[in-house]
Design a protein around this ligand. Sequence first.
Ligand code: M6R
Length: 625
Amino acid sequence: MCGIVGYIGTQTATDILMAGLEKLEYRGYDSAGVATVLEGEIHCVRAKGKLCNLREKLQREINPAQVGIGHTRWATHGKPEEYNAHPHMDAAMRVAVVQNGIIENYRELREELKARGHEFRSDTDTEVIPHLIAEFLQKTPDSFLEAVRQAVNELRGAFAIAVISADYPDELIAARQQAPLTIGFGQGEFFCASDTPALVPHTRAVLTLENGELARLTPVGVEVYSFEGDRLKKAPRTLNWNPVLVEKQGFRHFMLKEIYEQPGVVRACLEAYLDANWSAENASKSPVNLSLLPQLTDSLERIQILACGTSWHASLVGKYLLEQLAEIPTEVQYASEFRYAPTPLTPNTLTIGVTQSGETADTLAALEMEKRRRIDLDPKFQPRLLGITNRPESSLGHLVPNIIDTHAGIEIGVAATKTFISQLVAFYCLALDLAYQRRTVPPARIEEIIEGLRLLPAQIELILESQERYIEELAHEFAETQDFIFLGRGINFPIALEGALKLKEISYIHAEGYPAGEMKHGPIALLDAKVPVVAIAMPGSVFEKVLSNAQEAKARDARLIGVTPIDDQDAEETFDNLLPVPVVEELLSPILTVIPLQLLAYHIAARRGLDVDQPRNLAKSVTVE
Ligand code: M6R
């Protein structure tokens, strides 16, 4: 949440900063600002609302400064007003700071600073930082780095900052504590940013700061130090990057483009992990190669999965697969709940963190807590931790030694689509691997499932080709609808939850997902002719049950929309509108049933004229707790 950028070099800083902020706007878009050092002064411009408002302000001036910092905000402390926008400065306006994160002890710092005569202009937690740095600069006027170092040691919480000073025009200091920050290395120019899309137009040589590190950027190089003041030897690495992923390529929104990328994502993930030569007759090793260390999965007795939002929904499908195929009892926890009420420690437990951004503060903190409490119990203990993400270079990748890269690449639309599908594929691969190792599923059945998986990309393509126009038309009928209910059972219950989440986050329509059988225990009271019900009814163990539950809703006048198998007579008779998907076995159906629900949410939001890629109040990476 919040995007920060910094630049020092030979080009016009504001141009670089604005281009960087555009790439980071998915992290927050309540307000934005830039500060540069020009002719011995800090020049700060800020604007409420989206980046275009800041751009308009900047167009009114010429600013050739070659060092600066920028910020795009997702408000935590203080309303999204211009006076709360970053950068923030000290009273004398000699130090400017941008921050991503939360300074947990800002209240006490602010009171102490106020008592020493500092005046504050914003309601933010961040503003204490420039004031603190300015104080420390009075004690160590010969070292900007030292003043920032002393200041960060006063801060508690998770934060990443970039700092400039009018008195040190050739320096930019960046620091990281639990919030992402990457340094980019150019020729005679250096960058910092919360995420790599802001860096890749300029350089692929990057260095991700670790927690408790700060960097001094000058026009001639980068030095990295620990918060204790020790100089650290660090070298940049080369980033693998596909620029196509961060362009819309003719699609109206990133979300639609990313929905259409899903067949390719499923293919890429399957190709990465499934052994093309494996067959039930030649089954001497696992059909899946996830390169997991044996000590991670040997003698497993339990799995716990920690995640948030859409990743939590993917994890619920994962639980189903891990229990049904590998026969391992599995629990799925909201990371934000687990942190304060962890499940009792059990032996031989694998903990899996699932996150598309790899930066979700709650998920990272829950994983860290889990690691710590197991080591506290037995210092020699090697915690069994696994991460599932499409951003292996993220903070998750640093925290967890074993990662399954879902091969979805970066996702820009705030509503997760292709990353969700890719997490599902990762869970199929993991469950099949464990099922093979534990001999819980015979090789012939494993082969059957793999054959089914390999057909999925073409089946998704078919849904996209045949359904999108119809769903767009259907969506027009719901542009004014106020409530939706989504029903599913078994492996498709998480898809009902996901369909409801997609709709509410981008269309602002109230939507709830329920297990279809639960309706009669209360929620059915909500139904009338104004509340459409979307039910997922795929052939398998609960098909008839879901049809009956849908009938119960119909009897209360609800309009029924069914995600159903193509050409199914019972479904045709039950539902008012059909969103048909190819017939697949129930176990594989979530990868298909979610597609029409993504399209429905997308087209309803687009029809309502909403900002699909950057819905209000949300951000792509939730880096605060
Ligand atoms: O990056 P993560 O997967 O950890 O993010 C978790 C949630 O914040 C995320 O899934 C959120 O719910 C999305 N906006 C859903 O579309």
